[in-house]
Design a protein around this ligand. Structure first.
Ligand code: PAF
Length: 280
């Protein structure tokens, strides 16, 4: 496994492998890898010949009062996990290598200021900018993102379509703990009690799915039922509960077609997100 820290070197590696007819699959991460990331790496491995994983805690996607400085940086442990998965390259740049007085940003309108974008107004601009840069650096054929960040995955697919990146975007399923809590680097901020209570996020999503499958079509009633479960179990301060059409990512009230229920909630020091697709 190679560790590449320099942009030019990464581009040369990819040019050479592409010229040799190798398919490059890419998993962008911010490190602090857990089983959710590892499942994306395994998916990338099945889809391509060469797997590149980037580890970069991207400053531009954190708001001024967010956890950029304290975000867990665990490179040695991450490196061992990726070596065990036979990853070919870790792209691990410094912030100064990635950003030199930047004046160019990528922004996907309409989808970057809803849901998580409401409470994190600069977040998706930072994500799409760094992902566009990483695509130009790693030059992958395929890139893999997690379904837990469903809004992020949707926005990236839209960016790829709008800007004609010749890259296939794949998504990997949400990996959960045994109590249902979706794996996230930010789960590490939770106390034991918060951790137990956070399992009600998944339970509320399951209940909502069941209610829809039993015929409920009023989105407001479903959101209310979720709110009740979260509040009754003191999970935390709800940021949003929303239902979107899963093909267009537009919020809807009347349930029809394929929909996705999304939740963001502050639990202790962590802001957690989760979601569930329901097909009817
Ligand atoms: O999902 C993440 O970990 C990040 O948003 C990403 C895609 C690596 C961009 O920094």
């Amino acid at each position: 496994m190679e560790i590449i820290r320099n942009i030019k070197e990464m581009q040369c590696f990819s040019d050479k492998n592409r010229a040799d007819g190798k398919k490059i699959s890419f998993v962008p991460t911010m490190g602090n890898l857990h089983e959710g990331h590892i499942s994306l790496v395994r998916l990338a491995k099945r889809l391509g010949d060469i797997v590149v994983v980037s580890i970069f805690v991207n400053p531009t996607q954190f708001g001024p009062n967010e956890d950029y400085r304290s975000y867990p940086r665990t490179f040695e442990a991450d490196k061992n996990k990726l070596a065990n998965e036979n990853v070919d390259v870790i792209f691990y740049p410094e912030a100064s290598e990635m950003y030199e007085n930047p004046k160019t940003f990528v922004y996907v309108e309409d989808y970057s200021n809803i849901l998580c974008g409401k409470s994190r107004p600069t977040h998706f601009r930072g994500v799409t900018t760094v992902v566009a840069k990483l695509f130009n650096i790693v030059k992958p054929d395929i890139a893999v993102f997690g379904e837990k960040d469903a809004q992020q995955a949707f926005i990236i697919k839209k960016m790829v379509k709008d800007l004609n990146f010749d890259i296939k975007i794949e998504t990997g399923k949400i990996i959960r703990e045994s109590n249902g809590l979706a794996l996230s680097s930010r789960n590490g901020y939770l106390t034991e009690g918060e951790h137990n209570r956070a399992s009600y996020i998944y339970k509320s999503l399951l209940k909502a799915k069941e209610t829809i499958e039993n015929g409920e079509r009023d989105g407001n009633k479903i959101k209310e039922a979720i709110r009740k479960i979260l509040n009754e179990n003191n999970v935390g301060k709800i940021d949003y509960i929303e239902i979107v059409d899963d093909d267009t990512f537009t919020p809807i009230n009347k349930i029809q077609g394929n929909i996705r229920i999304l939740i963001a909630i502050y639990v202790g020091k962590a802001r957690l997100i989760d979601n569930m697709r329901v097909e009817i």
